[in-house]
Write a protein that binds this ligand. Structure first.
Ligand code: SAH
Ligand code: SF4
Ligand code: F3S
Length: 438
């Protein structure tokens, strides 16, 4: 433990839920082992960390201007460290371009944060390191909701995606570590457990502990649901390819599992899905989504879609619109294809002009906005269980329904961290307003 107990850490986190959890792990390590405290004022910080995302090009460009901006305001002897997926893919180059940076720590090496801090110009961006059995200290941003990693890396090789190159191969975290972490989170007040991995329903594919055998994601879900105090379970991201009947049945029948499923479509065209190496067809995807709707009343299905992947024709794009029309996703995240280093698709010759991509993105988003409006309207009169998490102005309090809608009711801090029944009275596009059921 260091002598100085008053050092301040400023951390900025970009990217997915796994990055958010990595930041929590980094904060826990620096608190427990180095005596750092969090600050939200970079000017007073002794250490400024940027935990970066690399999945699309834009945030990568922004990194260097951000480092420049921090340089202007930081204390003279404050250090700047770059972590996460952009650290993984740029490595040394960051130190060359931005000499004020003290260290670069890749997304597969989070547990080395204290080492990075003490070595001059430390760079470790390897993607073979195995952190799957490392037990991090306890730090959580939300008192009610606990992110818990169940695997590291990704074994797929979707041709557009940089993640396997920044986080390496998939290794599952042993169930005993996950169970202990869930128990600890619940003891500290968590009600909702959010299991995280790039491909959660591929869980169990490989453990570094060779004694663990024959456990898959469905089994893990059942194990977590048996822990006293766990009230809700969510997870992200599952892969449509691994949505077999066993998984869908556990999802449907276990009352602790929240009825909200992310089904990343990416494209509705069989040809593009093949080029993307997604491993499923349009028909499989639709069949799985409709089966889910049949098994689970009021299920919430969200998705990710990429438009203008190399070679995407108008007909391919129409197939994507067709799936969106058939599945009627409750939520959609949509992106224009962004060529990424190390990925196969970046070298494909039939790249689509930017303006075509922008126009397709707009068409897709307009379609989905109409769908959302219709879905929201239909929520009137429905009764949902909501976990309240955030006070809003004007005496309102916000939370998520079991099936992942953002809900607000009139209420005070007494409701924070509580799960209560709500009837929806005034549904809007982004928020369903309702009333508590006594
Ligand atoms: N493991 C997760 C994906 C993580 S990346 C999964 O398979 O669902 C999150 C989303 O970013 C992806 O689902 C995809 O829609 C999008 N994405 C990934 N690479 C991209 C690229 N090169 N261009 C545009 N969007 C991309
Ligand atoms: Fe990327 Fe595909 Fe892995 Fe998701 S499954 S992280 S999109 S390679
Ligand atoms: Fe971004 Fe890395 Fe997550 S690239 S989306 S932070 S896995």
């Amino acid at each position: 433990m260091s002598n100085n107990q008053n050092k301040k850490l400023y951390i900025e986190t970009i990217g997915c839920a796994m990055n958010v959890r990595d930041s929590e792990h980094i904060i826990a390590e620096l608190k427990d082992k180095e005596g750092y405290h969090l600050t939200d004022d970079a000017k007073t910080a002794d250490l400024i960390l940027i935990n970066t995302c690399s999945v699309r090009e834009k945030p990568v460009h922004k990194l260097f201007s951000e480092i420049g901006a921090f340089n202007k305001i930081k204390k003279e002897d404050a250090k700047i460290g770059i972590c996460g997926c952009t650290a993984s893919h740029l490595g040394e180059e960051i130190l060359k371009k931005a000499p004020s940076v003290s260290f670069v720590l890749g997304a597969r090496n989070v547990s080395k944060i204290t080492k990075a801090l003490h070595e001059d110009k430390f760079v470790d961006v390897g993607i073979d390191y195995d952190e799957s059995k490392y037990v991090f200290g306890e730090f959580r941003s939300s008192p009610y909701k606990a992110f818990v990693n169940i695997s590291i890396g990704c074994d797929k090789s979707c041709t557009y995606c940089i993640v396997p190159h920044t986080r390496g191969n998939e290794v599952s975290i042993p169930p005993y570590i996950i169970i202990n972490e869930v128990k600890r989170a619940v003891e500290n007040g968590a009600k909702e457990i959010f299991l995280l991995g790039q491909n959660v329903n591929n869980y169990g594919i490989r453990f570094s502990d060779k004694d663990i055998k024959n456990i898959d994601f469905s089994d893990l879900l059942e194990m977590v649901s048996e822990i006293d105090g766990v009230e809700r379970i969510r997870f992200t991201s599952p892969h449509p390819l691994h949505m077999d009947d066993k998984f869908l049945n556990v999802f449907a029948s276990n009352p602790k599992i929240c009825k909200s499923m992310h089904m990343p479509l990416q494209s509705g065209s069989n040809e593009i899905l093949k080029q993307m190496k997604r491993g499923y067809s349009k028909e499989w995807f639709i069949q799985r989504a409709l089966k889910l709707r049949e098994l689970v009343k009021d299920v919430h299905i969200s998705t990710d879609v990429i438009v203008a992947f190399p070679g995407e024709s108008e007909k391919d794009f129409e197939d994507t619109l067709d799936v969106v029309n058939k599945v009627r996703f409750e939520q959609m995240f949509s992106f224009k294809y962004s060529p990424r280093p190390f990925t196969k698709a970046a070298a494909f010759l039939n790249q689509i002009p930017g303006e075509v991509g922008s126009a397709r993105l707009k068409t897709l988003q307009d379609l989905h906005t109409n769908i959302i409006d219709e879905i929201s309207y239909l929520q009137k009169g429905k009764r949902y269980q909501v976990l309240f998490e955030e006070l809003k102005p004007d005496g309102m309090i916000a939370g998520r329904s079991d099936n992942n809608f953002m809900v607000q009711v009139a209420g005070s801090e007494q409701l924070l961290g509580k799960i209560a029944d709500v009837v929806i009275t005034n549904p809007k596009r982004m928020v369903l307003y309702g009333e508590l059921v006594e």
